[in-house]
Ligand binder design. Structure first.
Ligand code: OGA
Ligand code: NI
Length: 364
């Protein structure tokens, strides 16, 4: 999340989807109805039985496994990042209590009266607070989602006015959760480096004090899940993203693989990890920041708690020399300042992998 800045925007009326649900209308307002090509039509989604689902990585084997287990898991990690850009991690050692607690806090927050939540408004063109991010015009279609987002690290990106005092334990829980998730990101980046045969500290040394932000996405049940999207297709602008799906939620997250949307089946107590644009650039495209989206359900609400972990804004990013070979694998991306990329990311609507055009060197 880039520093807060305000644009003079006319984004039109943005209905709160939770309030629409409460009103029990069967018709979905036009602004949420997607063009045909964007609708989550069943024929274009891979059926669960046919899918090879996204890989599961056992962190215990990477942290404490014997040589063989470690080696096997590293290979699996590398294949996941190359082929999917996604994996689920089990045995991550984050207390299940804490995972449950953050989920409970998030739900309590979203269940507050809308007037209470609107005390922490996400101003148009900004990405922190309660509302809808990435809306820049009154003609833009809207996602069937309520978001609440906070910048966490470094402290300078925090906006204390947006930290809720209700539920009472909210802030404390976010702090504890974010500390543990940060550690997980640091560990994962080490293993990702090793899986690329790079020095294990390469990312940490390059990133400086990494930027960390949290976003809670609440997707109320929708009377017409066939017409709307919970979250528009996009790749994440982060280096790594950690996503916690609500316990017992319906499947809602889809990953695009070989032009097919593959649903991410929840694995108990696992966290979903995805590669963001920054790692795609650093690895010169070897590890992919896959396009993904969220869909809604006719009867069930869904919650996700998402952490974005990215380099410090002042860091210069470009393909790592060791992963580039002028003859056989020339640089696909230019060098750029990560803060500039962040700003570019948050000032454009979510549109598949389009934001990464910012960094692409056109093929000769
Ligand atoms: C995101 C995201 C998917 C989900 O917040 O960037 O991709 O399932 N969320 O909420
Ligand atoms: Ni995402």
């Amino acid at each position: 999340m880039a520093p807060v800045f305000q644009l003079p925007l006319n984004v039109g009326q943005i209905d709160d989807v939770q309030e629409l649900k409460k009103a029990r209308k069967t018709k979905v307002p036009d602004r949420f109805v997607r063009d045909m090509a964007e609708r989550p039509i069943l024929g274009t989604i891979r059926a669960p039985l046919l899918s090879s689902s996204i890989p599961v990585i056992d962190l215990k084997k990477l942290m404490k496994g014997n040589k063989e287990e470690f080696h096997f898991e590293i290979l699996k990690l590398s294949a996941s990042c190359e082929e999917w850009g996604f994996f689920q991690v089990i045995n991550h050692e984050i207390e299940l209590d804490l995972l449950e607690k953050i989920e409970k806090m998030a739900m309590e927050f979203f269940m507050l009266p809308v007037e209470e939540k609107q005390k922490y408004p996400m101003a148009p063109g900004t990405v922190q607070g309660y509302g809808q991010a990435f809306v820049f015009s009154e003609h833009q279609k809207l996602d069937w989602c309520n978001m609440f987002a906070l910048g966490l690290v470094p402290h300078s990106i925090r906006n204390p006015k947006l930290w809720p005092t209700n539920p009472p334990m909210f802030s404390e829980t976010v702090e504890a959760y974010s500390r543990d998730i940060r550690k997980l990101c640091e560990d994962l980046l080490k293993f990702i480096a090793l899986s690329l045969r790079l020095d294990e500290n390469i990312f940490e040394e390059m990133f400086g004090v990494s930027v960390q932000a949290i976003r809670m996405n609440y997707y109320p049940a929708c009377p017409r899940p066939d017409l709307v999207l919970g979250l528009s297709p996009h790749s994440d602008g982060s280096a790594l993203t950690v996503l916690q799906q609500g316990k017992g939620n319906a499947v809602g997250l889809h990953v695009l693989k070989n032009d097919t949307w593959v649903p991410v089946q929840p694995v108990e107590n696992a966290l979903v990890i995805n590669i963001g644009d920054t790692i795609e650039v650093l690895t010169n495209g070897r590890y992919k920041s896959s396009e993904h989206r969220a869909v809604t359900h006719k009867e069930k609400d869904r919650l996700s708690i998402v952490t974005f972990y990215a380099p410090s804004y002042d860091v210069e990013i470009g393909p790592i020399q060791k992963l580039v070979d002028d003859e056989n694998n020339p640089s696909k991306y230019r060098r750029y300042n990560h803060g500039e990329y962040s700003r570019h990311y948050v000032t454009n609507k979510l549109q598949g992998k389009k934001t990464l055009d910012f960094a692409k060197i056109p093929p000769k």
